[in-house]
Ligand binder design. Sequence first.
Ligand SMILES: [Mn+2]
Length: 250
Amino acid sequence: MRIAVVSDLHLAAEASVCRGGRSERALLQWLDLLAERHDRVVLLGDIWETLAPRRLGDGRAELERAAARWPGVMARISDPAFVYIHGNHDLVAAQVLNSPSEWRVCADGLRLWFTHGHQFDKFSSTANSERAFWAVGWVMRAGLRRLVERLDGVDQVLGGAHRLQARCQVQKRAVTAARAASVDLIVTGHTHLGGVFDHGDVQYLNSGTGAGGRRSCLSIDTATRRWFWIDGKAEARMRLRFNRPLLHSH
Ligand SMILES: [Mn+2]
């Protein structure tokens, strides 16, 4: 099975708080190209930005407004070629769209677990984070996008995310959970730090982000047991951090 993974688009109704770009056409071209080349495209959470409404707690209305601005993305969510899993910034989709928190699949003898990853983050899994992200929305409306981009780094520190495998607490917790659940691959987004990370018996994969001008994604082929992360920022087609094929099987 060939699976592409995209996450953290942060599509919002208002341009000032939308980190996912301006053109839906360009975004759909990318998603449809991935759908053409894979059996499934997993939309792994934070596809919608519903934590930055004008009024705190208005997430449901915010999702409707965002969907009206990005109708093609919403149409793909109900397309069988796509699997949509909610994250913390689109948690409201669990009720409104019946979006699950995870997808577990077994293919070619590999067990895979797809989940957004905020549950492994000590900051985003707290109730205070909703208020914090709502405040960030107003900072963005004030035109301080650059500041927010720096806040992304603060968010990573608070949540325990790190670019380096050995220092990433989110990754460490995800791998512990994967071992307890007896899966071979755990795939998350959330930290915006994409890559393929070898933990021996478990592989941790992160899709990175499709926001901030990036088009990062994962491509997984369970038949050949190869998976790679594409950093959508610079060399869009460059294959980074190839994994070693898994030798064991269940
Ligand atoms: Mn997230």
